[in-house]
Design a protein around this ligand. Sequence first.
Ligand code: SF4
Length: 109
Amino acid sequence: MSKYNRRTFMLRLVAGGSALALSRLSLAEEAKKAVLTEDDAYAKSMGFRLDTTQVDQAKYPKHTAEQKCSECQLFSGGPGEPLGPCSFFGKRLVPVDGWCRNFKPKGAA
Ligand code: SF4
C-alpha cells in the first residue's frame, strides 16, 4: 500500500468510525424519547403510571390490579419484552405493568 493510499484509508476509517458513533448516539437519544414517562403532559392527563399498582384508586375507581398495558388492546409488545409500543401514545414504549385510563382489555369490542 502506498503512503497516499494508507493515508486515505486511515482518513476514511476515522470518518467512518465517527459517523458510526454519531448514528449510535442519535439512536440512543431517539430510544430515550421513545419511552413514555409519567412526567409527559399528555400521559399525566391520562393518569398514566409505569406501575399499575401505583394508580390512584380514589381518582380511578374502575381501575383493577389486573388492568395493565400487557393486557390492553393498544399494546403491541412482544412476549417476554419489558416494554412495548402503545398505539394510543403514538407507538411510544410503555412497560408491561403500566396503565392509563384509556385501558381497553384484549378481546373486548
Ligand atoms: S392505552 Fe393501554 S397500552 Fe397504552 S398506556 Fe394505556 S393501558 Fe397501557
